[in-house]
Design a protein around this ligand. Structure first.
Ligand SMILES: NC(=O)C1=CN([C@@H]2O[C@H](COP(=O)(O)OP(=O)(O)OC[C@H]3O[C@@H](n4cnc5c(N)ncnc54)[C@H](O)[C@@H]3O)[C@@H](O)[C@H]2O)C=CC1
Ligand SMILES: O=C(O)[C@H]1O[C@H](OP(=O)(O)OP(=O)(O)OC[C@H]2O[C@@H](n3ccc(=O)[nH]c3=O)[C@H](O)[C@@H]2O)[C@H](O)[C@@H](O)[C@@H]1O
Length: 429
């Protein structure tokens, strides 16, 4: 089938390429000329394992990129909207990008279209999109709308999009539902058909539930710190119960990224506006926001003060295997360290620190051993697997004081302590 994607970000690029891999012909449009130029040169402009190879094998065969939306809309009858829906100051989702995309579809519509929302949008937005398109189109051609939420994770986006747990099709239109079933016919996971509103809610409720699991285990981890109980053992023991499951029980610095924080806030906002407050999600959000501060307090308790101390911060990305730093707790930690007048050396395998930070004296090192040199404390903020594999005996010789605070509980605590380090994780020591 021929498919158009509007918005060539993480989701649009990944899902577009995965559809191409399944034999569909995909056109990707973005308003950002640089992104389109990069993709047209065969370069995925963000770091996501596996995508580069798929782009290389499909570019200009059954994958095309352009900024010419008019032509792209005219030539495609199945159109996905994959633009961003970031948080506004009041916590609600900024729908301006979705609205712009809808209006442009309406403006250029030349035949019957099916418009599929893959962006995460508040409950009721799919209906609004239908109206925005129809208003702009002045009823020149019929349009059908579908909500088809995306569940991929950054860092494993390709695998997730190739092998999703479920496909949710939210529409009132039989023909549109069948079109999507055809599109996804090679996928073997369950397909759920429901209303657009339920599909929208499935996405927010899923992300909120996962965020709640993380905040729950982080609360337990803080209690474990006091009780001297290993949270890893607790999570393992809990996770063996299939009603609980082992996933998303990793205690640490909490959730970051472009989705959990914003989606939790949006659902809280929607619930408040319906006068049906979600007390539990308010707490989930609050616990998460406090996790970085809790980590800093732990370090201060051990070191006494941070002024003039050298901190080696390992990991800037909000999670491993991505270069995405949106809502990454590492930045909040850097801010706190700067407020305390600590010196900061950072390392990340893929993220490059912006001049906003280097201008404030933060130094970035390509070599983690160099970053650790003469440090008073090492802070592990992202669970990149390579950190576990470093030569920690060597690092122990390089540092000024052998202190490790592991915000992701990635190290083997007993091994690292045997090397001579003072070690603290979160609910893990
Ligand atoms: N990043 C992720 O892992 C996931 C994201 N989502 C949701 O998918 C949506 C997109 O997320 P990302 O891909 O991360 O965002 P992103 O910010 O990486 O990409 C959005 C793209 O849309 C483009 N854009 C904005 N307005 C446009 C317009 N009018 N016409 C054409 N292009 C336009 C931007 O230039 C940008 O390249 C969000 O609603 C997000 O919540 C859902 C599941 C996973
Ligand atoms: O809507 C979205 O954008 C996506 O949001 C998340 O995906 P993502 O944010 O890419 O990454 P996750 O693996 O979920 O991690 C999110 C954050 O939670 C943290 N986390 C995750 C798991 C855990 O046990 N503990 C924990 O602290 C990670 O370090 C990271 O900061 C969801 O997992 C996806 O299903 C969803 O599609």
């Amino acid at each position: 089938m021929k498919v158009l994607f509007i918005g060539m970000g993480y989701v649009g690029t990944t899902t577009g390429l995965v559809l191409a891999e399944h034999g569909h012909t995909v056109t990707g449009v973005d308003i950002d000329q640089k992104k389109i130029d990069s993709l047209n040169q065969g370069n995925v402009y963000f770091y996501e394992p596996g995508l580069q190879k798929i782009l290389s094998s499909h570019l200009n065969k059954n994958v095309f990129f352009t900024t010419d939306l008019k032509k792209a809309v005219e030539q495609n009858d199945l159109i996905f909207i994959t633009v961003g829906t970031p948080s506004l100051a009041n916590g609600s989702a900024d729908l301006s990008y979705v609205k712009d995309a809808a209006k442009m579809i309406g403006k250029y519509i030349n035949s019957e279209k099916t418009v599929v929302l893959k962006s995460t949008v508040p409950i009721g937005t799919t209906e609004k999109v239908q109206n925005w398109i129809e208003e702009a189109a002045q009823n020149s051609s019929p349009v059908k709308t579908v909500m088809n939420p995306e569940f991929l994770r950054e860092g494993s986006a390709l695998e997730d999009a190739l092998h999703p747990d479920r496909i949710v099709i939210g529409t009132h239109d039989r023909k549109a539902a069948n079109q999507l079933r055809m599109l996804y016919q090679n996928w073997s996971c369950p397909v759920i058909e429901t209303t657009p509103k339920a599909a929208e809610m499935i996405k927010y409720a899923s992300n909120s539930f996962l965020a709640a699991k993380i905040s729950f285990i982080n609360e337990m981890a803080k209690l474990c710190d006091k009780l001297q109980v290993n949270i890893q053992d607790v999570a393992h023991g809990m996770g063996l119960d299939p009603r609980i499951g082992p996933h998303f029980l990793k205690a640490g610095l909490g959730y970051g990224g472009s989705c959990f924080p914003k989606d939790v806030k949006e659902l809280i906002y929607t619930a408040d506006s319906w006068e049906s407050p979600l007390e539990i999600l308010n707490k989930v959000d609050e616990i998460n926001r406090n996790q970085g501060g809790y980590f800093i307090e732990k370090i201060k308790k051990k070191l006494g003060f941070l002024k003039g101390k050298k901190a080696a911060l390992f990991g800037l990305a909000f999670k491993p295997h991505t270069d995405d730093t949106r809502e990454s707790v590492s930045y909040l930690i850097m801010e706190r360290l700067l407020e305390e007048h600590a010196e900061i050396n950072v390392h990340d395998p893929v993220v490059k620190l912006s001049s906003d930070w280097t201008d404030q004296g933060v130094k970035q090192f390509k070599d983690p051993y160099k970053a650790a040199e003469s440090a008073d404390v090492i802070l592990i903020c992202t669970d990149w697997p390579e950190y576990e594999e470093l030569d920690w005996a060597k690092i122990c010789q390089l540092v000024g004081s052998p202190n490790i605070f592991d915000g992701r509980n990635v190290m083997n605590a007993s091994k690292i302590k045997k090397l001579g380090f003072y070690y603290e994780g979160i609910g893990y020591f």
